[in-house]
Design a protein around this ligand. Structure first.
Ligand code: KGT
Length: 276
């Protein structure tokens, strides 16, 4: 399957980001893409809850979702929207960080709310409290496409192998890890964690990412690591987008999933054990 990873530098202006995503999708379709994947928070990267409150909407009113569903129909392709920041029903008025799988008829095949929140102090100058702004999900999601079963995750979920194992044991062939990874942890951990998840599960891992400097309308900025990656089930990096924005094409042969699991059947070798 011809697959395209979109790497972008989303701003805090959703219409701008939709236009950028649509341009990338068109370029990918021209190169034969049958499925296009976009990064985490495709619609808005912002450090300001107040700003997010003014530009974000509930799912039913979201123009990025509507625009990408139209694009799926227009081009007859599958789209994995890495995630959208959306207003939600949360009692604390937090947003949802929600990933969508869209079919070629524009239907929402699956939605997944990011489960693990990035509440981490990286240094004196860089820290995140995602759970202040976002309500975590509590349900893992797999979804079927004609080419295989997808297991959906988002960014920081990458650090929780049990989620990926559970998706693989639920029959996933492809794990999606759309991200907006921080730079220091990207440098140290991104590739090795993605390769580990692929090796442990015998899944393809597709990780479209935000990249570069995201400058907000208040002048504050945040930087992301880029390096959208595709990994095969043996753990080989089969595409690396570097740090520029753009699309990265990769052909997936899903028969490799069964072949690889035949060579290395560890996914079937879990044992019950007593906790230490
Ligand atoms: O806040 C938003 O706009 C959208 N959400 C994100 O960018 C999230 C939470 S701040 N980023 C991550 O999970 C990075 C994880 C990471 O970098 C690591 O695990 O090392």
């Amino acid at each position: 399957m011809r697959t395209a990873l979109v790497q972008m530098t989303s701003t805090d202006q959703p219409p701008e980001n939709l236009a950028a995503a649509l341009r990338f999708i068109e370029a990918a379709v021209a190169l034969g893409a049958q499925i296009v994947l976009t990064p985490e928070v495709t619609n808005c990267v912002s450090l300001s809850r107040r700003h997010q409150n003014t530009v974000l909407t509930v799912e039913d009113d979201d123009q990025t979702l509507a625009g990408l569903r139209d694009a799926a129909v227009r081009h007859g392709i599958w789209i994995l929207i890495g995630s959208l920041a959306l207003k939600s029903q949360d009692p604390d008025a937090r947003f949802a960080n929600r990933s969508f799988l869209i079919g070629p008829d524009g239907k929402i095949i699956a939605r997944y709310d990011k489960i693990h929140m990035f509440d981490v102090v990286l240094s004196d100058t860089e820290s995140y409290r995602e759970s202040d702004g976002f309500r975590p999900g509590d349900t893992a999601v797999v979804a079927d496409t004609p080419i295989g079963r997808f297991g959906m995750t988002v960014c920081y979920d990458l650090r929780f192998p049990a989620l990926h194992r559970s998706l693989a044991q639920a029959g996933a062939h492809v794990l999606t890890v759309p991200s907006a990874f921080a730079v220091p942890t990207g440098k140290a951990h991104w590739e090795v964690l993605l390769r580990a998840r692929a090796i442990e599960t015998g899944c393809f891992v597709l990780a479209p990412a935000q990249t570069g400097r995201h400058v907000g309308s208040d002048g504050r900025f945040r930087e992301t690591w880029g390096h959208s990656l595709a990994i095969d089930p043996w753990g080989r990096v089969i595409a690396d987008a570097g740090t520029e924005t753009g699309i990265t094409m990769v052909d997936l042969d899903l028969t490799e999933v069964a072949k690889t699991r035949g060579r290395m059947p560890s996914l079937r070798h879990d044992r019950e054990f007593l906790a230490p």
